[in-house]
Structure formats: structure tokens, C-alpha cells
Design a protein around this ligand. Structure first.
Ligand code: NAP
Length: 302
């Protein structure tokens, strides 16, 4: 099974980047796309995010052998119902949603009997919309595919090959395990960033202008994450509720332990933890997951 025609539903950061990557890498795959917002469709056509921007979802997916839903996770069911009338019976339906169990349920409810193989490229930025996409977003990044039981091996191989061709490293994972792993590596960090930025903006004895003026002390790194799309992240927390609450419970316990260490002047506990976390940062860099330049490579006025 080879993919010759791919349809992209939702032409924001992820959808646009897939369309651009397919074209930039010269994969010989024809792309069509649709987004519910006419202004997004117009911008997508102007930027050439896909070969052809269609007026309806059904038109976009007609004769596609791969359909990728790139909409917020809470909109997956609606988007799938919208495209259903045009779907070829042989098409592979996939997505890029950040939570996987809920999306798998929504897609199978909307498209009973279809070949559904959810996936999550662990690649993104805090930007969204049709202007945000770029062709190299997936290069060297992981794409986690969460195949359901009894998946067609040829369809799974075709989807894996597709992501590999976009430059991704592919990993297969059970959907529930994916949701737990991503809760700790992505969802909780976003929640912490949203919280700290919210707390700082609500303070009474430290002004907002002081928070912004002295943000280089660490705060500004949280503001990047806390600038992420509100719709996308609302949906992530609502659809990955169980795993997020489980990890949040663990995090709260660890935070309370640190609070106790600070209150009781237990420097050893603080030092030991900070030494362990420094080693994690080294591993992130060694495994090519981030730039090793200090302060994320910021120029500091050079
Ligand atoms: P985005 O830039 O906001 O793009 C999503 C697009 O989908 C928007 O144009 C939106 O239009 C459209 N849309 C919403 N509901 C729709 C529907 N029912 N039918 C058709 N189009 C619809 O978001 P994104 O960052 O690309 O995220 C898309 C998906 O990728 C999400 O599921 C997210 O969890 C996942 N993801 C994101 C990242 C990241 O870092 N951003 C990384 C990995 C995975 P409106 O503006 O009109 O709502």
C-alpha cells in the first residue's frame, strides 16, 4: 500500500506543516485540504500549504488514500462526521491530536468500520493558524503512532513510511500509555506554565510591569509555553483528564515535599534534586531533543 493522495483537514500549524513538508520533500503525493474557516482556507491557498484547497471536507477527502485530521482534539468527531460523505472505503484515517485515547474513541464513533490509525507528531511551537506552518517542523522529531488492536499491517506500514518520509522518527505505542507519557512530558509542563504566568499576573505587591521587566530571570521561558493556543490546550486537558490528574497528584506531592524542605532549611534535599534535574537536561541535549547553547541560544545583544 502506497500513499498517493493525502487530504489534510484543518490547515493550521500542524496541517499546514504537513502540507508544506510533503511538497518540499518531493514525495510525489498529491495534497488536498480543507478548514472550516473560509479565511484560513484563503490564507492556505495563498501560502500554497496544500496542492488544492477545497470548499468542503467531502471534496477534500474524495479519492484520498490518507486523511489526516489536524484540528483541536475536541473537534475531531465533528470534523470526521463532516468528511464522512466523501470518504473512500480504502482510506486510512489518521490525526495529529495531542491526546490519543479520546481521539481514537471519537473517530471510531464518527466513522464506524473505517481504517483508523491515530498518531501524534511530538513537534510543535506556541504559534497557531495557517501562517504558522513550516516544512521542517517534523524533521528529527518523534511521531508516536497508536495503532488499535487488529490494525491492518499494510496500512500501519504505509502511515509509518509517510511520517518517516516527512523526516520523523516513528515509535508505536499503546494509546493509554501515550497519554500517560505525554501528560508528564507535555501536558503538565504546559499547566505549570499557564499557572505561573497566571499567578504572576494576579499579584498585588509585585506589579505586572515589574514581572515583564525582570522576566529574563526565568519567567519569560514559561511565557513562551503559556502563549500556546487556548483552544488546543483546553481540549488537551479535557480529553486527557485521567492521566493529567494522576500526574498532577504526583507533582503536587513532590511540590509539597520541596515546600517542606525549604521551610525546614533542608538544603541537602534541594541540592540532591537540583543535581538530578541537571543530569536530565544533559540527557535531553545528548539525545538531540534541544540545542545545547546556553539560554536556548539567545543572542544577548551580539
Ligand atoms: P491550529 O493552528 O489552531 O489549527 C487548527 C485548525 O483547525 C484551525 O484553523 C481551526 O479553525 C480548524 N478547525 C477547528 N475545528 C475544525 C473542524 N471541526 N473542522 C475543520 N477545521 C477545524 O492548531 P494546531 O496547532 O495545528 O493543532 C492541531 C492539532 O494538532 C491539535 O489536535 C493539537 O492537539 C495537535 N498538535 C499540536 C501541536 C502544537 O504544538 N501546536 C503539536 C502536536 C500536535 P478555527 O480557527 O476556526 O477553529
Amino acid at each position: 500500500m502506497t500513499i498517493e493522495r493525502a487530504a489534510i483537514i484543518g490547515l493550521g500549524l500542524l496541517g499546514g506543516s504537513i502540507g508544506l513538508a510533503v511538497q518540499a520533500r518531493g514525495l510525489g503525493i498529491t495534497t488536498t485540504g480543507w478548514d472550516r474557516d473560509p479565511q484560513v482556507r484563503a490564507k492556505a491557498a495563498e501560502r500554497g500549504l496544500v496542492g488544492r484547497v477545497c470548499d468542503t471536507a467531502a471534496e477534500a477527502v474524495a479519492s484520498a488514500d490518507l486523511v489526516i485530521l489536524c484540528v483541536p482534539v475536541g473537534a475531531m468527531g465533528d470534523a470526521a462526521r463532516e468528511l464522512a460523505p466523501g470518504l473512500s472505503p480504502h482510506a486510512i484515517i489518521s490525526d495529529v491530536g495531542s491526546s490519543k485515547e479520546a481521539v481514537a474513541d471519537a473517530l471510531s464513533a464518527a466513522l464506524p468500520g473505517a481504517c483508523i490509525i491515530p498518531a501524534h507528531p511530538v513537534a510543535g511551537t506556541e504559534q497557531s493558524g495557517p501562517e504558522a506552518g513550516f516544512a521542517t517542523l517534523f524533521a528529527g522529531r518523534w511521531c508516536i503512532i497508536t495503532p488499535p488492536d487488529g490494525v491492518d499491517p499494510a496500512a500501519l506500514a504505509a502511515l509509518s513510511d509517510f511520517w518517516t518520509a516527512l523526516g520523523s522518527k516513528v515509535e508505536l505505542m499503546d494509546a493509554a500509555h501515550h497519554d500517560l507519557v505525554l501528560a508528564v512530558t507535555s501536558h503538565i509542563p504546559h499547566l505549570i506554565a499557564y499557572t505561573i504566568v497566571g499567578t504572576a499576573s494576579d499579584l498585588e505587591d509585585v506589579t505586572q510591569s515589574e514581572v515583564i521587566k525582570y522576566s529574563a530571570g526565568g519567567f519569560r521561558d514559561f511565557t513562551r509555553i503559556a502563549a500556546s493556543d487556548p483552544v488546543m490546550w483546553r481540549d488537551v486537558f479535557l480529553t486527557n483528564r485521567g492521566a493529567v490528574l494522576e500526574m498532577l497528584g504526583r507533582f503536587s506531592e513532590d511540590l509539597t515535599a520541596l515546600q517542606r524542605a525549604i521551610r525546614s532549611g533542608d538544603g541537602e534535599t534541594l541540592f540532591d534534586l537540583f543535581t538530578r534535574t541537571r543530569a536530565i537536561r544533559r540527557q535531553v541535549i545528548e539525545q538531540g531533543q534541544d540545542d545545547e547553547r546556553p539560554d536556548f541560544g539567545r543572542g544577548h545583544g551580539e
